[in-house]
Ligand binder design. Structure first.
Ligand code: ZN
Ligand code: ZN
Length: 370
């Protein structure tokens, strides 16, 4: 079939809307008609080259939901007409990691930067080239073909433009708080960086029963949004927050710091380590440039205060159980999804949406397809 997609031809260039030729789904694959796709920061990391794909051109987008239009041979988990969320990491259900309840580390995740189908070939073709897919799903197109490992069936009553959000940002943020840093009732939690992921880290901490949720973000708009999602205190920088945290915790400092900034750097990690106290956990979720190795840490303090640094992918979650769980929390009115979408865009307006992200004028932009 013929459709359109937002394509990256070279690092540093804008997304370009191109004619896309899409092949039929093969063994184990499904054709999905997407309703919406979130504009996540990770695609911006790809665009600027912080997180390069194996090859270009590539179709961006890894946060989407839609309806299964057709299934290839051997597909068992979904059928035509099913509503699905696309998960940005596949969960095969059979590998070691899936078997021990760590679907976010599924062996099939190795293919996400390759961006081809699991058999190593492409269904997406642009201008005579095979197109790679962000996270093997490529949601910056009204249609895509993906492996059934990358789709999670959901109930039909959830609006698909809201469901799309749980394919990355919501589950990542919630899980960073609840699973990564294991936030508990009464805790003091610092969330560094309030955008699509950070706002949901705030929500996760709130739902887990944190007593104080301290949001740190230089952008006034983001701090204001943090309050809507449950932050109790807002500061522009870690330096500004340090003394108030000492006072409100009687010097014990925070139980957890969640790093959900735009781009992780050495200073943010040092700041996060400095705001937690004894036994404090620092969950690192925001992506860093692939070549970042330079981080200054108070090593003795890490040891004698038993502080912990925790890498956190997809919020340490299991997409097949956590995606439906997020949507149940939404249905129950506990998890806010409607409020996350600052503005919606058409596919043609995608670069405008990313410009709003870069200038801190949206929490989450959302592409809507007809
Ligand atoms: Zn994402
Ligand atoms: Zn697996």
């Amino acid at each position: 079939m013929q459709t359109k997609a937002a394509v990256l031809w070279d690092y540093g260039r804008d997304w370009e809307i191109e004619e896309l030729t899409l092949d039929d789904p093969r063994e184990g694959e499904v054709l999905v008609r997407l309703a919406a796709s979130g504009l996540c920061h990770s695609d911006e990391h790809v665009r600027v080259g912080d997180l390069p794909m194996e090859a270009l051109p590539a179709i961006g987008g890894h946060e989407g939901a839609g309806v299964v239009e057709a299934v290839g041979p051997g597909v068992r988990s979904v059928a035509e007409g099913d509503h699905v969320v696309l998960a940005f990491i596949p969960a095969c259900g059979k590998c070691h990691w899936c078997a021990i309840g760590r679907e976010n580390l599924c062996e099939k995740g190795a293919g996400t930067q390759v961006g081809l189908q699991q058999d190593g070939t492409a269904r997406h073709h642009v201008g005579g080239h095979d197109a790679r897919l962000m996270c093997q799903i490529g949601t910056f197109s009204p249609y895509t073909v993906v492996n059934e490992d990358s789709v999670v069936k959901i109930d039909d009553d959830i609006p698909l433009d809201k469901a799309a959000l749980v394919g990355c940002g919501v589950t990542t943020g919630f899980g960073t708080a609840v699973y990564g840093a294991e936030v508990g009732a009464g805790d003091t939690v610092v969330v560094m960086g309030i955008c699509g992921v950070g706002a949901n880290a705030v929500q996760g901490a709130r739902i887990a029963g944190a007593a104080r949720i301290i949001a740190i973000d230089p952008a006034p708009f983001n701090r204001e949004m943090a309050g809507k999602f449950g932050a109790t205190h807002m500061y522009a920088s870690a330096e500004e927050a340090l003394e108030p945290i000492q006072e409100m915790t009687r010097g014990e400092m925070a139980n957890a710091a969640l790093v959900t900034v735009d781009v992780t750097n050495g200073k943010v990690i040092s700041d996060a380590v400095s705001v937690v106290g004894k036994g404090g956990k620092v969950a690192l979720t925001a992506l860093a440039p692939y070549n970042l190795t330079d981080v200054q840490l108070p090593v003795l303090e890490l040891i004698v205060y038993e502080k912990r640094l925790i890498g956190c992918l997809f919020g340490h979650s299991n997409p097949r159980s956590d995606i439906p769980k997020m949507l149940q929390l939404y249905r129950d009115g506990k998890l806010l999804l409607d409020e996350l979408v600052t503005r919606t865009y058409t596919l043609d307006q995608i670069n405008e949406g990313y410009e709003a992200m870069r200038t801190h004028n949206n929490i989450r932009g959302m592409l809507l397809y007809d």
